[in-house]
Design a protein around this ligand. Structure first.
Ligand code: PEP
Ligand code: MN
Length: 484
């Protein structure tokens, strides 16, 4: 143990090293694919480097400013979407139903928290998946694992890694983002239209009555706004940011660009606290530019790739985007602070979102220690704490179907809200795998979905997602907690 600690460089030592978008290449890396054809890969990466940015530094910094508010307890972060986004989901209906669900959930959250809700979709780029095993069994056949549409296809004859898919991922992200932007600017956020507030999953009659009251109060407010001709844009600005796991560094690197820092008020970088020193100086003497990963507004480091001295942390420490770090049962408490010091040495509030995912049975014993480590350090009120109640609660049925119990998801979120309150800390967000479709992927809920029902409409190619009703029920849980 002592020996291992000596081998891991101190955050100050890492942060003082020069950085550029390719320094990650000299570090050990997890989850990295073996590309069959290096010349094809090189061609794809060169082409990506020519492509225009998908998002702009102004937007990235605006999101960071919103997240600063969340870190300080003045906002709430709703992040959701598919586990594995497929190229096939790049179509009008799938995009619209996800946007609508996120908007509907955010209405509930605004109602309950009385705070600005920051929305981030796991969309327009969530194509790369970490896998625990290089192979998987499909219909009795052992195949290379499906690693997400950005690398290989789900179908049995598409399992070989194809570097051209990196370019396809860019184009599908661009088309998805384009439709998100156009839908938002053309009135999809008009919530005066009837919404389905049915709470099919709430079985407890007391809870059901409580939620129905909240839903009807929101509907009344919307009707009132319609009568006085208020537009949703006047309620609050509808912004939807994009995010994905920054897993495939061959994709992230060519989209990482040195660009002018926005200078207008509200989105400028907050001052550096005394005693700390910003360490990434991209161009000697040029303080007006920073490196932005323009593949999405927000990228996160997954649970399998957050080793301090490895490639992903190295890449992430140089980009100006707000970033997430998955935190779970295998995160040593001392790594948590080392990660914050490496990835956010200047202690920008809202720069880092800690996405906690322990599982319903473990959250009570692990979360308080992690909260204390951060909130009793120089990072007090600096991070956004976000609960991901999905990834610690995945299980397999005896027939090998990946699922989650809705009750476990609900319980981890409920416990996290309570623990943060007890610790004097603020749970500022949720991170969910969801879809607007009526899928049957998670067990339980009022329909009492059991293992036999899972096949009715199980369409995920990776982790099981919440359907609309289940997702809404979680929004009500948070709203109810904060409105008390
Ligand atoms: C995910 O968010 O889909 C995921 C793989 O999560 P984690 O890294 O927390 O396991
Ligand atoms: Mn997942």
């Amino acid at each position: 143990m002592a020996q291992q600690q000596q081998q891991t460089p101190l955050p100050e030592a890492i942060a003082s090293q020069p950085w550029n978008p390719s320094t990650w290449r000299s570090k050990p890396i997890k989850q990295s694919p073996a590309y069959p054809d290096p010349s094809k890969l090189k061609k794809a990466v060169t082409e990506l480097g020519r492509m225009p940015p998908l998002v702009h530094p102004n937007e990235i910094n605006a999101l960071k400013a919103h997240l600063r508010e969340v870190a300080q307890g003045n906002g709430f972060l709703l992040q959701g979407g598919d586990c594995a986004e497929l190229f096939d989901y790049c179509e009008q209906g799938a995009i619209e139903s996800k946007i609508k669900l996120l908007l509907q959930m955010s209405l509930v959250l605004i109602w309950g928290t009385n705070k600005r809700v920051v929305r981030i979709g796991r969309m327009a780029g969530q194509y790369a998946k970490p896998r625990s095993s290089p192979t998987e069994m499909v219909n009795g056949q052992e195949l290379p694992s499906f690693r997400g549409d950005i690398l290989n296809g789900y179908h049995v004859d598409e399992r070989e890694i194809d570097p051209n898919r990196l370019l396809k991922a860019y184009h599908h992200s661009a088309a998805t983002l384009n439709y998100i932007r156009t839908a938002l600017s053309s009135g999809i956020a008009d919530l005066h239209r009837p919404l389905d507030w049915g709470l099919g999953h709430v079985r407890d009659p007391v809870l059901k009555e409580k939620y129905s009251k909240i839903a009807s109060s929101i509907q009344q407010t919307l009707r009132f706004l319609q009568v006085i001709n208020a537009r949703p844009g006047e309620l609050e600005t509808v912004e939807l940011y994009t995010s994905h796991e920054g897993l495939l560094l061959e994709y992230e690197q060519p989209l990482t660009r040195l660009m002018e820092k926005p200078t207008h008020p509200g989105v400028s970088r907050p001052g550096t606290p005394p005693g700390s020193s910003p360490t990434i100086k991209p161009v000697a003497g040029d303080e007006s530019k920073e490196y932005y990963d323009t593949s999405a507004h927000f990228v996160w480091i997954g649970d399998r790739t957050r080793q301090l001295d490895h490639a992903h942390v190295e890449f992430f420490r140089g980009i100006a985007n707000p970033i997430g770090i998955k935190v779970g049962p295998t995160t040593p408490t001392e790594d948590l602070l080392a990660l914050l010091r490496t990835l956010n040495p200047s202690r920008e509030p809202g720069k880092i979102t800690l996405i906690t995912r322990y599982g319903a049975g473990k959250v009570a014993s692990l979360l308080p220690t992690h909260i204390r480590a951060v909130e009793d350090s120089e990072y007090r009120s600096c991070v956004v704490w976000q609960c991901d109640p999905m990834h610690g609660n995945t299980l397999s049925t005896p027939t090998g179907i990946k699922t989650r119990r809705f009750n476990d998801i609900y319980s981890e979120l409920e416990q996290s809200l309570r623990i943060h309150k007890e610790q004097g800390s603020y749970l500022g967000g949720v991170h969910l795998e969801l879809t607007g479709d009526a899928v049957t992927e998670c067990l339980g809920g009022s329909e009492g979905l059991d293992e036999d029902d899972l096949s009715t409409n199980y369409t995920s190619f990776c982790d099981p997602r919440l359907n609309e009703k289940q997702a809404l029920e979680l929004a009500f849980l948070v709203a109810d907690h904060y409105s008390r």
